[in-house]
Design a protein around this ligand. Structure first.
Ligand code: UT7
Length: 332
């Protein structure tokens, strides 16, 4: 029987207009452009401004662009999965809201929270529905308004994050293209290093939690760095080894963009030349679920049919993983 794979057949990314530069951050907290660039590789990030706007608005822009680019009618979508750590609200799911905003009426949709690995986890999940034959057109959206949970008085985190999103269309492929292999991991003992203390069921928001700024991201940067370097590199190498891929076989590594030094370490372990690594962290910072689809969107014009692509991510949880894709189409 011919194997059905889930192939990405379109991609679109979206960022809001407002740009928050390192120069501007220098006026807000005790930091320097030099520190931020050397330690992270980030020069600027985009921020969603405006009352009443959330991650669903970022996701909806990405999906609208995707539907247009791929000439797909909203009614043809069977399932939409949205990866986000900054849902519009705890419930209903932002995926439900995105569907409503873009006119997807006859589909199932749900959110996935795997912090910075969310897009990868959602893509793996979505692929199963296509491979099983249950669904023909599935959208995976990664979108985050990280500015909503970033403390702009905390120099250790506010320089890192930005807002962005992207969406891909998955369809069945029987010619050997699409998602070939995927491996995801979680380790909840890592929750003590990267988290948002208040706002959930353990610590519902109160005046005290707000005053203590507990509804913002808290990160033990060095600890996360240590685990991220090992986790992302190990799983990427695992993906290469079990699919008999050498560095020559790989066209591009598309990694989560949390820190240029983590990306470089992963690429080195994989033996990849720098031109094979997609990097846009300088312009967007860490947009959590937006990083991988934004890179895909910006490199789409270079990726050719048959190219071997490795995706890799590491995030809060801890969560991490890698995916091997044989790209299904030439630049349009
Ligand atoms: O995407 C989800 C997963 N997240 C990650 O993968 C992030 C992983 N962690 C990192 O990327 C890095 O740890 C950071 C970029 C967050 C921090 O870089 P670092 O090289 O680990 O710096 P550090 O935390 O060890 O801090 C070094 C120094 C400290 O000062 P002292 O104690 O040496 O005097 C910090 O207080 O740098 C100081 N510092 C800053 N200085 C200027 C921390 N933030 C800043 C800042 N500007 N923005």
């Amino acid at each position: 029987m011919t194997q059905v794979r889930a192939a990405i057949t379109g991609i679109h990314g979206w960022v809001p207009d407002y740009i928050l530069t390192n120069a501007e951050l220098e006026k807000m907290v005790d930091t320097t452009d030099e520190w931020i660039m050397t330690r992270t590789g980030i020069r600027e990030r985009h921020i969603l401004k405006g009352e009443g706007l959330g991650s669903s608005d970022i996701g909806a822009e990405a999906v609208k662009g995707l539907l247009k680019k791929t000439n797909t009618a909203p009614d043809d979508i069977d399932l939409l999965i949205m990866a986000t750590v900054t849902p519009d609200m705890l419930f209903p799911a932002s995926s439900n809201i995105v569907c409503d905003k873009v006119g997807i009426k006859n589909a199932w949709s749900f959110d996935m929270n795997a912090a910075c690995s969310g897009f990868l986890f959602a893509l793996n999940t979505a692929a199963k529905f296509v491979e099983s034959g249950q669904y023909k057109k599935v959208i995976v959206v990664g979108a985050d308004k990280m500015s909503a949970i970033t403390d702009y008085t905390d120099r250790t985190t506010c320089v890192l994050f930005g807002d962005a999103g992207g969406a891909v269309l998955l369809e069945p492929n029987t010619d050997g293209y699409g998602i070939i292999d995927s491996q995801n991991y979680t380790d909840g003992s890592g929750r003590i290093y990267l988290y948002q203390t208040a706002g959930g069921s353990v610590k519902p928001p109160t005046h005290e939690t707000i005053d203590a700024r507990e509804h913002y991201i808290h990160q033990e940067g060095q600890q996360v760095f240590k685990f991220a370097v090992k986790g992302m590199a190990d799983v990427s190498v695992e993906m290469m080894e079990r699919n008999n891929l050498t560095s020559d076989d790989i066209a591009y590594l598309i990694p989560h963009q949390a820190n240029l030094r983590i990306i470089d370490a992963t690429a080195r372990r994989m033996g990849l030349d720098p031109e094979k690594v997609t990097i846009n962290i300088e312009r967007y910072g860490n947009t959590t679920n937006g990083t991988i689809p934004m890179c895909m969107h910006e490199w789409e014009h270079k990726i050719k049919k048959g190219d071997n692509i490795i995706l890799a991510a590491f995030g809060g949880g801890f969560t991490w993983g890698a995916m091997y894709i044989k790209w299904a189409y030439d630049p349009k």
